[in-house]
Design a protein around this ligand. Structure first.
Ligand code: MOS
Length: 735
């Protein structure tokens, strides 16, 4: 390969992987995170933590109206606060670009037109954070009020068809209505899920620095490569002039997929002042001015024959977003291929509201769409007197129910069966309310897990150094998921190097472009790029050894082949390097690709207070090759914990008079804490997906949440016999 890029387009399956030999014995092992010591010792530098000389502190100002116009901002009043330098309200150069995916959309920040309460309208700059904060919180802003739409219920009738997103908003096959009406067994239920916030631990933060016309931005971003394009576009500069560095990110969950207002504000202010500017969102601003997950109303109609085979599958959803925005929560994305049903309709309609921007939050689509579907399946099973696992089994399709293509791999029923065995499903009493322990009614529930699998074009470079180390670099990120570790493991495994000899460099757009962390594609996409770079280096090493690559073994820093053994350090001479690139191809059209699993939950419901306690949960997952048993498990634990929050506590509440968020911090927006989360068990089924990519791994980050919440909700019903169809299931709804 020389210096050429080893590029692979996934047009054909890749049946054999160099990872299968496991010669180095490092792939899949539950290795501790390579970046762990830096993180626990506080020496991993996050976006807001860079010490930059001459730094100006910026504090953002959000609109205090829900809809209208900024007429005037009293900059002089702000300047009377000692230490304040200026207020930047240069709206015209601010972003006029949607935060999600870079599509053209409505202005979302820093504009005179205010579309939602809390929308960023200015940044106050000062020598100290305290001065900037004081002036920002008291900044006099004069508004013109306009009538806005803030109430989902009141505007439901005005729902319109959203533009095409990840999936078409409307899909229909066969005759779902007639076959539903004619079906001997029918279920028609409506589930409601609330608005949610990603609530990542690290607030959105940027430090912007200009050198002439080139911008360097330390940011907390999931996808630096595309974020740099978005930022360049919003600032009106060439993308070659924008460098984003996101070495460590304290969680994103979707809220850091696209650029957020603080990066643009910091960049514009830094340009204007000729000094570096730091902008860190206050927690309340994270809630108000970064994307939320849309609330949903999902009407599910299932018609089946007397044996339980679904003949009509209808999933109609209402979601919300700002006027003019193109993103819609793809509620039915999992419904397209989860169950049988020749007649089907999966529709999404959009209610336009002046509430914060909606966007992707962990497992956009499945995380909430499966609440509706998996609870409906539980209801249907009960109505038929069938075991809910059995109902799922007989509706597990052999090929995609909408396209005439097979699944790349699919272990849904296996996961349900394995979970049932491990969890003790046979202990379940199908009659609700039949198990009581003192004040507690105890029940168990199940739900399927599925998450679509995606591959995104990504690249990575590996340099083999004369000292026997390898430097892996890519604009991929680690948002707390373990990318640093699994990418080091892949390089170590293919190159036969101890993992300690791999030096990882991630999160810098100066390095080879990558799709970053999103949609659960990160590990498989960037991991494949690392694999391909290592494969190219392996060929170079084989050449240096004068053996066929097939006859070469790389292990413990040595190359073995042709009855010879030499150290890799010696073979690389002055150094070798190679770049790998993975490109999605026909395989994703020729096969429906998804990961699968099963969630089991046991809950106690207090008969006096209605309090719900999750007692134990088990997730069984099949997501192709597990690259690191520990970080993969942690991803699933995190997803299941998210599911507990979705089922029981998370609920963004907007004031119906102006859209203001009532609970805009972590004291009022309740995510599960340790006391809410019992021992969770995670088990992986052994699987390889040869159609997905050369490392045979599928996405895992979002599988753990997809289906977790409905397992809890179904367990609550089994415990106490109250079917709550409006999440979260709070005490008041059970009494
Ligand atoms: Mo994910 S919601 O694509 O970070």
């Amino acid at each position: 390969f020389g210096d050429k890029t080893n590029s692979l387009t996934m047009n054909e399956p890749v049946p054999e992987s160099l990872l299968d030999t496991g010669a180095q014995g490092v792939i899949s092992r539950p290795l501790d995170r390579v970046d762990g010591p830096l993180k626990v010792s506080g020496t991993a530098t996050y976006a807001a933590e860079y010490a930059v000389p001459g730094l100006v502190h910026g504090v953002l100002v959000g609109a205090k109206i829900g809809h209208g116009k900024v007429l005037a901002i009293d900059v002089e009043a702000a300047k009377r606060v000692p230490g304040v330098i200026d207020v930047v309200v240069d709206f015209d150069t601010f972003i006029r670009n949607a935060q999600q995916g870079g599509e053209e959309g409505a202005p979302t920040q820093g504009v005179k037109q205010v579309d939602y309460f809390g929308q960023i309208v200015a940044i106050v700059l000062a020598d100290t954070y305290e001065a900037a904060r004081e002036a920002a919180l008291s900044l006099p802003v004069e508004y013109e009020y306009k009538a806005g739409t803030y109430d989902f219920e009141a505007h439901k009738d005005e729902a319109e068809t959203p533009p095409r997103g990840l999936i078409p908003p409307h899909y229909s096959q066969g005759d779902p209505d007639t076959t539903y009406d004619a079906a001997p067994v029918k279920l028609d239920v409506t589930y409601v899920t609330p608005s949610q916030n990603s609530a990542a631990m690290e607030p959105h933060a940027s430090i912007a620095m200009w050198e002439d016309d080139a911008l360097t931005l330390y940011g907390a971003y999931q996808m630096p490569t595309s974020d740099a394009s978005q930022l360049a576009k919003s600032l009106g500069v060439s993308v070659s002039k924008v460098r984003i560095i996101s070495r460590y990110i304290g969680g994103g969950f979707g809220s850091k997929l696209g650029i957020a207002p603080e990066s643009v504000a910091a960049a514009v202010a830094a340009k204007q002042l000729g000094r570096p500017v730091k902008a860190v969102m206050m927690r309340q601003q994270v809630f108000e001015a970064t994307p939320r997950r849309s609330n949903t109303e999902q009407r599910i109609r299932l018609g089946c024959d007397a044996d339980g085979r679904i003949v009509s599958f209808v999933h109609d959803s209402l979601v919300a977003n700002l006027p003019g925005e193109s993103f819609f929560e793809p509620v039915g994305i999992g419904s397209h291929s989860l169950y049988c049903g020749e007649n089907r309709r999966i529709n999404h309609d959009m209610v336009r509201l002046n509430l914060g921007l909606t966007g992707s939050m962990r497992a956009p689509g499945e995380a909430v769409g499966m609440v509706g579907v998996e609870c409906a399946i539980d209801e249907l099973a009960e109505q038929m007197g069938m075991d809910p696992i059995e109902l799922r089994r007989i509706n597990d399709p052999l090929k995609d129910p909408e396209k005439d293509v097979p699944f790349s791999s699919r272990m849904l029923t296996r996961a349900l069966d394995e979970g049932a065995r491990r969890f003790g499903w046979n202990q379940r009493n199908a009659t609700p309310g039949s198990r009581r322990e003192g004040e507690w009614l105890v029940g168990i529930g199940v739900a399927a897990a599925t998450r679509n699998n995606q591959l995104q074009k990504s690249s990575a470079k590996i340099e083999l150094k004369p000292d026997g180390t390898a430097v892996v670099s890519s604009a991929m990120t680690d948002i707390g998921t373990g990318s640093y570790t699994i990418m080091a493991q892949i390089a170590a495994e293919v190159l036969g190097l101890p993992v300690e000899r791999i030096v990882m460099k991630l999160g810098d757009t100066n390095d080879p472009p990558a799709a970053g962390s999103g949609g659960s594609w990160g590990a498989a996409s960037a991991g494949s790029a690392v694999y391909l770079a290592a494969e190219a280096l392996r060929e170079q090493l084989a050449k240096a050894m004068e053996v066929d690559p097939g006859d070469l073994t790389l292990k413990d820093g040595e190359a073995i082949g042709g009855n010879r053994r030499r150290s890799i350090a010696e073979l690389v001479g002055d150094g070798m390097e190679a770049t790998g690139e993975i490109v999605p191809g026909k395989q994703e059209k020729q096969f429906t690709q998804a990961s699968y699993g099963a969630h089991f939950a046991e809950v106690g419901v207090n008969v006096v207070t209605g309090e719900v306690r999750v007692r134990r949960m088990l997730g069984v997952f099949a997501a192709g090759r597990v690259l690191n048993a520990k970080t993969a498990r942690s991803q699933c634990l995190g997803g299941m914990t998210f599911g507990i929050g979705c089922a029981l506590t998370e609920d963004l509440i907007h004031d119906p008079r102006n859209g203001k968020l009532v609970n805009r911090d972590l004291a009022e927006y309740h995510v599960p804490v340790n006391a809410d989360v019992p021992q969770l068990e995670v088990h992986f089924l052994d699987e390889r997906d040869i159609h997905a990519n050369p490392i045979h791994a599928k996405g895992i980050g979002e599988l753990g949440i997809s289906g977790a919440a409905p397992a809890v909700v179904n367990a609550i019903y089994n415990a106490c016999g109250v079917r709550v169809r409006n999440l979260p299931v709070t005490c008041d709804k059970l009494l």
